[in-house]
Ligand binder design. Structure first.
Ligand code: IDP
Length: 139
């Protein structure tokens, strides 16, 4: 089953580099509707829980440190085929391999500090969206 929602974060590197506006513009122009959004900062515990699937990976500590070092923008986006279309819009995890015009190609620094998150499945989109937003915060 495919749903029409995905979850995204504009990560600390992109916030620090002043790219919030440009990234939101790309998201809107690509036809995604923002149904929930907040400016927030992850605690260490938040980041460890959010990225628990990567806890055995060698970069886990670096990832948690990066994701907690400054504020992020968290949002739930709506569009037909949201998960797949948003992954296409953001591009490959490593910006060096991301297609021209993708958000990571335009705004990411490297494979670790890659500007944005996008859910990789409908199931994870729902889990990640509820991690950040209560039902009353989704419009
Ligand atoms: P994704 O964000 O494109 O789905 P994942 O493989 O799920 O990529 O990795 C989650 C996040 O972990 C990446 O977005 C990136 O910030 C970080 N990451 C992935 N691979 C590496 C790595 O090899 N070194 C450092 N950080 C990494």
């Amino acid at each position: 089953m495919t749903t029409n929602r995905t979850f995204t974060m504009i990560k600390p590197d992109a916030v620090e580099n002043g790219h919030i506006g440009a990234i939101l513009e790309k998201i809107s122009s690509a036809g995604f509707k923002i149904v929930a959004m907040k400016y927030t900062q992850l605690s260490t515990r938040d980041a460890q829980e959010f990225y628990a699937i990567h806890k055995e990976r060698p970069f886990f500590g670096e990832l948690v440190e990066f994701m907690t070092r400054g504020p992020i923008v968290a949002a739930i986006l709506e569009k037909d085929n949201a998960v797949e279309d948003f992954r296409a819009l953001i591009g490959a995890t490593n910006p060096a391999e991301a297609a021209e015009g993708t958000i990571r190609k335009l705004f990411a620094t490297d494979i670790a500090e890659n500007a944005v998150h996008g859910s990789d499945s409908d199931e994870n989109a729902a889990i990640e969206g509820s991690f950040h937003f209560s039902g009353r915060e989704i419009y």
